[in-house]
Design a binder for this molecule. Structure first.
Ligand code: XIL
Length: 372
């Protein structure tokens, strides 16, 4: 090889080396940094200067955590969603990601990534996490239905799941819905867990969780508790006698998927008084207020928006009147992604409209927080 040709090869090598150095030292780290911290991060980025017509954040007006159902699905690629969550809320409940069908795709397989992402986001915005939900009859993975075993086997299966999840999130999840929707109006709901283990699965679940994480607050969560006092009495009797037996139940969660005229104020006051009598913690765990249950409306009229505002303001005032109300969580950010919209239903149950602007209901909610 001639001298000239050798120099050419050396030159090419040098250029390649410089190129590699630039990529490794400058381009790669800055791309990673921008993606992780900057506006391109579809999981985490939010505008730290966000504010809206409410003039202050909801949680800043409250002594107790104000929460929202957080869906990894809705938050991805939706910075408006993340802006509102980061600004207004200081408690997150994973809307689906901590349900059994998401976390437990196979007997020996756990899938943490989506739920972990929500916990990471909560920590970035200084929000607490309310875990939802360890034992429920719905959103159970398909493989569980084909599992076969003795009562003891089923008990161990559920115990292993519950304790594995609680151990994974210990210290990062501050409270749990341990059991969700275990009762019909006046009796045990016939669920897979009831069928395979018997009624003791409820008390067992609370004990299993406490054993692994003694610091987490443990809740029984259900719907129909603030509008159906027969069901509420049944559930409270169960909770009361369980507590007397030493079962570690800290409180009750009212899901509160309600309508703007149901429960009326008197019924709600009665419901809260019954919880008061037991002196246990109360969370409003999944609040949304349907305006179009009968499908009568195809637009959200001014009148409806005012009805919703007044109703929510009263509701929150009554709920905050109890000193052991430990949190209020909305079941979603904007009407656009409410679970009540599934299947093509039209409704406007939340505090922010489809364009992520605060609705009159948000002002009613804020008024009540400021009032207490
Ligand atoms: C709902 C979610 O919002 C939906 O996205 C999902 O498809 C079904 O579950 N009671 C509960 C919540 O405890 O977990 C439910 O959430 C709503 C009713």
């Amino acid at each position: 090889m001639g001298l000239g040709r050798l120099r050419d090869v050396e030159k090419k090598d040098n250029i390649l080396a410089i190129f590699i150095v630039i990529v490794v030292i400058i381009v790669l780290p800055s791309t990673i940094l921008i993606n992780y911290l900057g506006p391109f991060n579809k999981n985490f980025y939010y505008d730290p200067n966000y504010s809206d017509s409410l003039g202050q954040s909801l949680h800043s007006a409250s002594n107790i955590p104000i929460g929202v159902a957080y869906s990894a699905f809705h938050s991805k690629y939706n910075q408006k969603f993340r802006n509102i969550v980061a600004y207004h809320f200081n408690s997150l409940t994973p809307e689906n990601a901590m349900k059994m069908s998401f976390l437990w795709p196979g007997k020996d397989v756990y899938s943490w990534s989506e739920a972990d992402l929500i916990v990471d986001f909560a920590e970035r915005i200084n929000a607490t996490i309310h875990g939802h939900t360890l034992v429920w009859h719905s959103q159970v993975p398909q493989w569980v239905y084909s599992y076969s075993g003795t009562t003891e086997d089923w008990k161990n299966l559920l115990k292993t799941y519950v304790q594995t999840v609680v151990r994974h999130y210990k210290g990062r999840v501050q409270s749990w819905d341990v059991v969700n929707e275990a009762f019909e109006e006046d009796g045990f709901r016939d669920t897979i867990w009831y069928e395979k283990i018997g009624p003791t699965y409820i008390a067992d679940a609370f004990r299993w969780v406490r054993e692994v994480d003694p610091d987490a607050k443990l809740y029984y969560n259900d719907y129909g508790l603030c509008d159906d006092l027969i069901k509420l009495d049944y559930v409270l009797d169960f909770i009361n006698s369980s507590i007397l037996d030493g079962v570690p139940i800290d409180g009750i969660g009212f899901q509160a998927h309600i309508k703007y005229n149901d429960p009326d104020n008197a019924t709600l006051i009665n419901a809260i008084n019954r919880v008061k009598a037991l002196d246990i913690d109360l969370r409003i765990s999944e609040l949304d207020v349907r305006m179009n249950d009968d499908g009568n409306y195809d637009t959200f009229t001014y009148e409806l928006s005012q009805l919703q505002k007044d109703y929510i303001e009263d509701f929150i005032n009554i709920v905050l009147n109890y000193s052991k109300t430990t949190g209020i969580t909305l079941w979603g950010v904007s009407d656009a992604e409410s679970w009540h919209r599934m299947g093509g239903n039209l409704d406007w149950p939340l505090l922010f409209d489809e364009s992520y602007k605060p609705k009159p209901a948000a002002f009613g909610f804020l008024n009540a927080l400021k009032n207490n």
